[in-house]
Design a protein around this ligand. Sequence first.
Ligand SMILES: [Zn+2]
Length: 351
Amino acid sequence: MSITKKFVTYLILFIIICFAIPILFTKKFEEIEVSSNLENQNNNQENEGNKQENKQVEVSEIESTYNYKEYATIKLLHVKTNQVEEIKLDDYLYGVVSSEMPANFEEEALKAQAVVARTYTIYKIQNNLGKHGEASICDDSTCCQAWISKEDRFARWQEETREANWNKITKSVNLTQGKIITYEGKPINAFFHSNSGGKTETTANVWGGTGYPYLQSIETAGEDAYTQYNSEAKFTRNDLINKIKGKHADFQINFDEPECIKILEYTEGNRVKTVKIGNLQLSGVEVRTILGLRSANFDITINGDEITFTVKGYGHGVGMSQTGADSMAKSGSNYEEIIKHFYSGVEIEYL
Ligand SMILES: [Zn+2]
């Protein structure tokens, strides 16, 4: 072989090597790349799975870390013992939400309750200055807001449901940490009650006064599915006379008169505004108080010696209905939608 021939042969071989080997390797690399991509995808899916798991863990273990500045802790007056306890705002709310709403209610309803309770607390603190001395708020539901300790709450729950219930309550508070309901930038007077009987009430019809623009009479569907919707109270003639005479000594009634008891006027919220009973004209709210009815939304039937009050709803009827909130949550509403349904023209803002 001449040198030239040798050179040409080597050159061809070199060229083959230069092209062929990369092609071979490229194929291999492609295969490797594809398989490694698959691996990555699998890893990603696994990672996502892990992330979701982590997320679930995070959610149930989420803590309230919001910087409340002024309201980081509140001073809670325990009415029975007359002791004042300093407690973190959201720790306090665990005891309020678990006392005010059943733990088996929907998560979004519990979150709405948490935001309502937080708002109610701040409103009370800002507007009840000095009412409880150095304390910010008390644990009496008829004065401020109901509250229960974790120990007492656990004692009233079935053992197997305790942890899950408590986690659900704390989650509702922690997932809404820092949030309150405002109207024109200020915390609202966030009244709530158990069941509106289908329509909420204005404050003016319950306590008088001029009312609040964000507390209107609002209709809600689905409340009739709850046991709080329907109730009945029966009285004998004498029972009724004695109860009313306890408040109005001059009360007289002649049950032989056809219109001895007659509802004269209704409120926007379908409650009794004024009712004539014997020689008196009473408000539905007063009749509710005197007779211990569940609400002022009632009908009256007289049958011989028996007077029956057929009652719709439970509570004063102002602001958020808790069973209405649960019913809305069951139909897919989130806590913000629930809040904006019951309180007109409000915003949800960080405190
Ligand atoms: Zn109080």
